[in-house]
Ligand binder design. Structure first.
Ligand SMILES: Cc1cc2nc3c(=O)[nH]c(=O)nc-3n(C[C@H](O)[C@H](O)[C@H](O)COP(=O)(O)OP(=O)(O)OC[C@H]3O[C@@H](n4cnc5c(N)ncnc54)[C@H](O)[C@@H]3O)c2cc1C
Length: 399
């Protein structure tokens, strides 16, 4: 493992840093207050070529390696972790097609993402199946014409209100079946659908081949206000065989492959967020004076800043190791992906809560960015598997 950055990686970092400095940082608190989906910013990220990082080489002539993807997401998350969550969600939804789709499925379901800035959703979680995904009830079953029909409800789905394509994990045959499939409702179909939008932001998508997708009112959240989250309900949706990715019995294995790839990306979001909290705290404590000294020069406060830095650096190292393991296809990549996710969540939570504390009363004021970062940090410890789920994976692997 070599930590030396390639010329391309340096260029990616430099480009995203400039973008974040110009397009996100100056207006972030205003954007948060507006609480509107940052479609224009996401379009610019697409224009720069920093979305859909998991596309296969045949799609656009080159493949973005996992370490570079992590570096890009980390820099973007330094600007805002909600925006990077929205942008990165396309990979969460599409990497399974890159990994397990046929050539025809790649062309049908991935190529449109090169042509225009489409957004997709990854639909795994259900109201009664969160940490325990195997308890999902959404299912496909053949009707009397031999066509699969999809029914069920997913919750907490990122990008749901704006998605033009959905990747769905579901049971095969009946809700309590042991077989899980992965299928795609493609952008081509959604674009041909009749879409009714309510004033609350809910959508009713009437599909041309039959059935309806209902996306709920966008959820009101504690943090990451610039990412969109909503429920997705499938009612009698007709599914063609070619919409089922790879082997229709291997959906659960495919979901694990996706999470091995995606957990280092969540770790990158957490490290980017933690770095922002660290930097603004250092800047603040260099400015603010009490007892005749800068806060950062008061020994006990400095101790806290040192601890923040150590957690951040440890998390960054864990992230790089996990990204490298995933890139190499190492057999133990899953355990390092879980380690990186936990380390990043710990760094994000520690740097934001201690950073807020070091801002004193000002940290509790909404006009200070550290307050927003503190709200955002909690989700790093929850989505794509909570801390306890990662610990279960680590425990299983090391014992
Ligand atoms: C903003 C946001 C965006 C999301 N985006 C998506 C998305 O795009 N697609 C998607 O499919 N999902 C998404 N999720 C869902 C997310 O992955 C789940 O919320 C998460 O996996 C936890 O599931 P749960 O909420 O049902 O919690 P639960 O599973 O009910 O867990 C509750 C608590 O119990 C603990 N717990 C559970 N089981 C165990 C155990 N065996 N041992 C010890 N402790 C345990 C958990 O760690 C947690 O602390 C999103 C969630 C949020 C909040």
């Amino acid at each position: 493992m070599d930590f030396t950055l390639s010329e391309d990686q340096k260029m990616y970092i430099d480009t995203v840093r400039k973008f974040v400095k110009q397009e996100i940082t100056p207006s972030i608190l205003g954007l948060e207050k507006e609480h509107a989906f940052p479609a224009a910013i996401i379009e610019k990220i697409w224009d720069l070529g920093f979305m859909n990082l998991s596309l296969p080489a045949e799609a656009r002539g080159f493949e973005m390696d996992t370490v570079s993807s992590a570096l890009i997401i980390k820099e973007l998350s330094y600007g805002d972790s909600g925006i990077s969550t929205s942008a990165m969600c396309n990979d969460l939804a599409n990497v399974v097609i890159t990994m397990h789709g046929t050539q025809k499925q790649k062309e049908m379901f991935l190529w449109p993402f090169i042509e225009k800035p489409l957004i997709s959703s990854f639909c795994l979680t259900e109201p009664d199946a969160g940490s325990d995904n195997s308890a999902m009830k959404t299912f496909i079953k053949k009707d009397s014409n031999g066509r699969y029909i999809l029914n069920g409800e997913k919750c907490f789905i990122t990008n749901a209100s704006y998605a033009k394509q959905f990747t769905i994990f579901c049971k095969v045959g009946k809700p309590d079946s042991l077989i899980v499939a992965c299928l795609v409702i493609p952008s081509g179909t959604i674009e041909k659908s009749k879409i009714l939008k309510s004033s609350s932001g809910a959508r009713e998508i009437v599909l041309p081949e039959g059935g309806t997708i209902l996306t709920g009112k966008p959820e009101e959240k504690l943090g990451q206000l610039l990412s969109n989250t909503a429920t997705v309900k499938f009612e009698d949706v007709v599914i063609d065989d070619e919409q089922i990715i790879g082997n229709r019995r291997l959906g659960f294995h495919y979901a694990l492959d996706v999470l091995d790839y995606a957990r280092p990306m969540v770790a990158a979001i957490g490290v980017g967020l933690a770095k922002r909290a660290f930097d603004i705290t250092v800047a603040y404590t260099k400015e603010r004076r009490q007892f005749g000294k800068r806060i950062c020069d008061l020994p006990v406060a400095r101790d806290t800043i040192v601890k923040m830095w150590k957690k951040l650096e440890f998390a960054d190292m864990a992230l790089m190791k996990a990204a490298w393991k995933v890139q190499e296809g190492a057999p133990d990549r899953g355990v390092y992906a879980s380690l990186a996710k936990n380390a990043a969540a710990e760094a994000a939570l520690y740097c934001t809560s201690e950073g807020l504390h070091l801002h004193g009363g000002y940290g509790f004021m909404a006009e200070y960015e550290i307050a927003k970062l503190s709200r955002d940090a909690h989700i790093i410890d929850i989505y794509e598997g909570t801390r306890e789920v990662q610990d279960m994976i680590i425990g299983r692997e090391i014992l």
